[in-house]
Design a binder for this molecule. Structure first.
Ligand code: HEC
Ligand code: HEC
Length: 220
């Protein structure tokens, strides 16, 4: 009697310990809804979307002035250089005219919401950094499968077999990643669940997102 009760409680403890460990261990845990929401609601991430919608036509994807509309203006003037957030904010709000510069830079006050202005200003500060731009692309397009931490534990990852790769432990080189991101898994004889992003993202965005995931790899 005594003996079986002890064994029972030992077993219960063991099971409980395994369950608790499983829940609390970050290695096993999948992204929570909050983690995904947080990753996507970073001001720079939202700002990247504002920039893409309203600014690249003139300034180009990376703010280098190489853009569709740049033929209409002197391209060298469309380069977005480094300046304080305050100065970015002034020209964005008041336009070129407001700060004694070209009238072709429109004023965005009223046109964009307060939140959008704050967000796009936050994004301008990291515009020249390919890895930071890539993080924005990643957080907008890849987290649901590959996870906020790029560890393959995205919220929908359980739905798939094979699972979205753990990009932190990837042994593939940059060229291979460029290829699979552009053409998708099926093109390389792998899972068709990995989408061909070449249809949705620009070459620049693909280059940037691969730069970002390259920096996430830890060599063991
Ligand atoms: C219709 C074309 C056009 C659009 C759209 C446009 N800009 Fe501009 N922008 C310009 C021009 C032209 C200048 C250069 C003004 C000058 O040199 O006098 C400029 C200058 C700037 C500068 C100053 C860059 C520097 O280093 O001096 C910033 C910052 C800027 N724009 C941000 C933005 C943002 C953010 C958006 C989108 C919300 C945007 N622009 C949309 C035309 C545009
Ligand atoms: C719908 C889910 C899904 C989304 C969204 C997704 N992937 Fe994937 N990805 C996968 C799956 C599944 C695999 C594994 C394919 C296999 O093993 O056959 C994979 C594989 C990869 C690989 C190969 C890694 C390696 O080491 O072999 C890379 C790189 C990659 N994805 C990058 C990305 C990037 C960057 C994005 C966002 C632009 C993205 N993926 C979005 C599902 C997804």
């Amino acid at each position: 009697m005594m003996k079986s009760r002890i064994r029972f409680s030992f077993l219960t403890t063991l099971v409980l310990a395994i369950v608790l460990l499983g829940i609390s261990s970050p290695v096993v845990a999948r992204d929570g809804a909050t983690a995904v929401k947080e990753a996507r609601s970073l001001p720079q991430v939202r700002g990247g979307i504002v920039f893409k919608s309203y600014c690249i036509l003139c300034h180009g994807e990376i703010g280098d002035g190489i853009a569709r509309a740049s033929k209409l203006y002197a391209p060298e003037k469309l380069i977005i250089g480094k300046m304080d957030e305050k100065d970015y904010e002034s020209i964005v709000r008041e336009g070129g005219v407001g700060v004694g510069r070209s009238e072709y830079m429109p004023p965005w006050d009223g046109e964009l919401t307060e939140e959008q202005i704050g967000d796009v200003v936050a994004y301008l500060s990291m515009l020249g950094d390919g890895v930071a731009r890539g993080e924005v692309v990643y957080k907008t397009n890849c987290v649901l499968c590959h996870g906020v931490n790029a560890d393959g534990k995205g919220r929908v990852s359980v739905l798939y077999d094979p699972k979205p790769s753990n990009l932190i432990l990837s042994d593939k080189n940059t060229q291979y990643k460029m290829l699979i991101v552009t053409k998708g898994g099926e093109f390389l004889g792998r899972s068709a669940v990995m989408p061909p992003w070449g249809l949705q993202l620009s070459d620049q965005e693909i280059k940037d997102v691969v730069s970002y995931i390259d920096t996430r790899v830890v060599s063991e």
